[in-house]
Design a protein around this ligand. Sequence first.
Ligand SMILES: Cc1ncc(COP(=O)(O)O)c(C=O)c1O
Length: 377
Amino acid sequence: MQVYLDNAATTPMDVHVIEKMTEVMHDCYGNASAIHGQGRKAKAVVEMARKQIAKTLNCVGSEIIFTGSGTEADNMALRCAVNDLGVNHIITSNIEHKAVLDTAKELEAKGLAQVSYVKIDEYGRADVKDLERLAEENPKSLISLMHANNEIGTLNDVAAISKIARAHDCYFHTDTVQTIGHYPIDLKTLDVDFIACSAHKFHGPKGVGFLYKNKSLRIRPLMTGGSQEGSLRAGTENVTGIAGLAKALEVASRNIEVKIDTVQRTKAYLKEQLEKNIAGVSFNGDISNEGGLYTVLNVSLPPHDNASTLLFQLDMNGICASGGSACNSGAVGSSHVLEGIGHPIDRSAVRFSFSKYTKREELDYTVATLKELCKNP
Ligand SMILES: Cc1ncc(COP(=O)(O)O)c(C=O)c1O
């Protein structure tokens, strides 16, 4: 049996997205910057996609800047805040995605910004009291705290963080790569400066995303050499990818409450079956419906003989899962997130992540396999 439980790393593409992209590949091959008919046709695809995405997020089209990835969007937010908005202090946490963490560290190493790390609790949630203190001591900072953690699923209280940011004249970036397409996001209600998106996390294509940038901000491009994306990101647009991104968000946003409920049940079922079958199992992060991302269940396993090769053994049995984020998947226990929440080093952790395509039989097979692997002779 082949089982795919690594949807937080990437998702299989939705058939409607593939259809849309195929159509665009066939019919809209012009360069969106060209002024002739084919160029205008491609440009129309890009602008329709932008308009549609902006409508879904309740913002304006000019606030959406298409990028090549979520990583690029995060980089833009942090680097442009420092380069163009006068930010010289970044407040973040030590369990952010590396797109934020490594960028903040690099800006600090270059002497361009100082970085402070907010305290996090045992679930990996940013401590808002500590954030308030840091923001008060460092007005005009950039606060960069993710909406949902990609390894353990814990959701931050972004509405509370936004209030703190505004009260202390700070900018606020939240990495929403794991939540766009999974929860309704309304940018008229959520007051933020930057959010990041990546299409492949919600059944769209890889290699395309966007940065939302609040229209009040004036930034300069990181990539120069063309006037694309309102002169904020040079380079010929990935017209097919952008059309796929918009279609993926459209599909994901349709009946989103039903999808949330279905996948939440999938997660609850796996949790229940693991508890029934594996003695000493526990879960990392906040696994409640309100406090945790419904697509992720990070499982903590008691010491057992297969611990060091667990992901490999799961793979040998046809099960795709991760130890942490995709880039950390080879090495169980090497995750900066698990370290950040104090996960005991004698226990191993596996991240199972779900989508609308996950089936109960796949979960049953996974539990039975894991039970065998975790047995001590
Ligand atoms: C929270 C988070 N931020 C950023 C990224 C990077 O997105 P991309 O794969 O598009 O570079 C990921 C992907 O793993 C993620 O989970």
